[in-house]
Design a protein around this ligand. Sequence first.
Ligand code: NOJ
Length: 757
Amino acid sequence: MKRTYLSIFCIAFMGTLFLSAQEKIPQVEELLKKMTLEEKIGQLNLLTPGGGIATGSVVSEDVETKIKAGNVGGVFGVSSPEKVRQAQDIAVKSSRLGIPLLIGSDIIHGYKTTYPIPLGLSSSWDMELIQEGAKIAAKEATADGINWNFSPMVDIARDPRWGRIAEGAGEDPYLGSQVAKAMVNGYQGEDLTQPNTMMATVKHMALYGAAEAGRDYNSVDMSRLKMFNEYLPPYKAAVDAGVGSVMTSFNDIDGIPASGNKWLLTDLLRERWGFEGFVVSDYTSVNEMIAHGMGDLQAVSALAINAGLDMDMVGEGFLTTLKKSVDEGKVSEETITNAARRILEAKHKLGLLDDPYRYSDESRPEKDILTEENRDFARKAATRSFVLLKKHDNTLPLAKNANIALVGPLANSKNNMLGTWAPTGDPQLSIPILEGMKNVASEANITYAKGANISDDTSFAKKVNVFGERIQISDESPETLLKKALDLAKSSDVIVAVVGEATEMSGEAASRTDITIPDAQKKLIRELTNTGKPVVLVLMSGRPLDISEEMQLPVSILQIWHPGVEAGNAVADVIFGDYNPSGKLTNSWPRSVGQIPIHYRMKTTGRPGPESGEFQKFKTNYLDSPNSPLLPFGYGLSYTDFEYSDVKANSKELSSTGTVTLSATITNTGDYDGEEIVQLYIHDKVRSITPPGKELKAFKKIMLKKGESKTVTFEVSPEDLKFYNSDLKYVAEPGEFEFFIAGSSDSEFDGSFTLKD
Ligand code: NOJ
């Protein structure tokens, strides 16, 4: 955090890059000179012949004819070196100028080697791991011909009703920014022309995670202050990390849909942030501006290109109307040329203009995809993403020779291991929990019964099962399922129940108004605990759930998200104690949907809620619930225990050019070696706009052997205390700052320092 000479040098060096990137690229300029207006418009058209997940109501037709006519700048949903070679052949050999295509894809949490959902990965708080994951995903995807990825998704989300909360890194702008940077660096590497790196796309610009009422695609209305201080930082972090492209969101912002929002795409993104890559729409989001009420296809396409959108995904509004708009003087030819230039520059950055077949090496898939090494990584990543939510009676870890009843509809379900947005993964390659437990503990006696359906509601199941049977409703009655599980439970020493959400109960267009575990499974859980046997709930979900009831039960709870292709092995590694869980929540988990939106960075208000949590009239609180979440941001347990002591600042004062060192000693006081995520929060006590009650400013993940102590230090400079003021200037204001260092956001302030003028 201290600005060193090295970072000053880096900034100077980046500055040089920035300047040189602004210079025109001769190869691109030569091409542009040769291009007709129609050919330039063609570069702005992104199509999909199908093959991925069609996330709108249309897929493109006559893609080959359009490529030959020079009407296509890129495609997605095409993979394998052979198919990509074919597509490039058509573009290079049959279109007039032979310009190669961008080959896009949604690689959200691993390519074929699927990792945990992004919300799970973020719970590792391990930026090296996240970067490495993106790097491996790039290696696999490029081996299969892909050069452009629609990830990272960095939308801040504080509403667990919203299904796409699964795709992001949770609620916090600081942590979200770290994850955004790590992912961009992982995908793009040092050099985009290398055949094992791909261009990243930060999405969805902007504010998509704040959709009203948690309903997907819904409107967003937010103050600039909230945008700048809370929702925009991760997109900016990705831009600062050099992300090649930006995808717009479906929602409107200040009454103008993102895809046609000039303030967003030009004033903010290009002029204020200096973004030099290209902007792509989301799937038919240009056309969707018609339904938003912004005019007909010609009008919305003109609105989009004039706002700063460069590429139109699937909708073909650019292709079919922009020429007319130029003829009628509604769009300038220069605007089209600038957009085409940005697409060509991206192709140049990827090395495609020199070698269109750079990503079409037939020997690579065999060597690079789903290797043992990559699967090992997925297993490790999954173990790091798990969060131990509750410990009871030292049930965990289990002995490797235990007599275990494994029950639950998610205990032996390949179809639900990968999680949402894993179109490139194959569920059939995943390891279910039952198999993983047998792999890791061959001495254990493990018997299995389903116990319940994920849900008994057939109409609900039908909506969830759009991409395959995720909720399988058994031919046996719920009573029979339950009885079989209870019979097993009675003859075992411990029950492991794998319960929660099916894969497509979260993700795109998968919002819920009830975020509890479905009733069919709740009943199973109650009955299992009634047996008096020790119970471990292994909880799978793509969002924070309301588990108020389960937290009261005498059970241990391990949150595993949707863990990816190595699910079963990873779960077994943790429940049998080969890895001690270390994940921490990146969202606050509510006590009920009534608390949503909920996050730890709330403002105190002028009538702060009582510290005791007891209701007080005329304070900011509820009649029927405490304000605090059920589980706070940053929370997560370990098989061992950690104690924090000696939390202090090395000085009471921080000068405007100096640093202050904040430190704490952490001791492993329990019976296992373990990792702890040490978190620093501050509170700006007085400033020109109302401050949040606390803000995460830094964190470190440390390993402590049983009995070991370590001192963790954080160096804080005025730069770390900055925020956007009412004039949207990024400033640190002098005054007192409180801080604490702890293992979760739910802690008391330990000390303070003062920033001097
Ligand atoms: C729609 C989704 O919102 C976006 O995240 C995705 O990249 C595109 N579809 C392309 O599949």
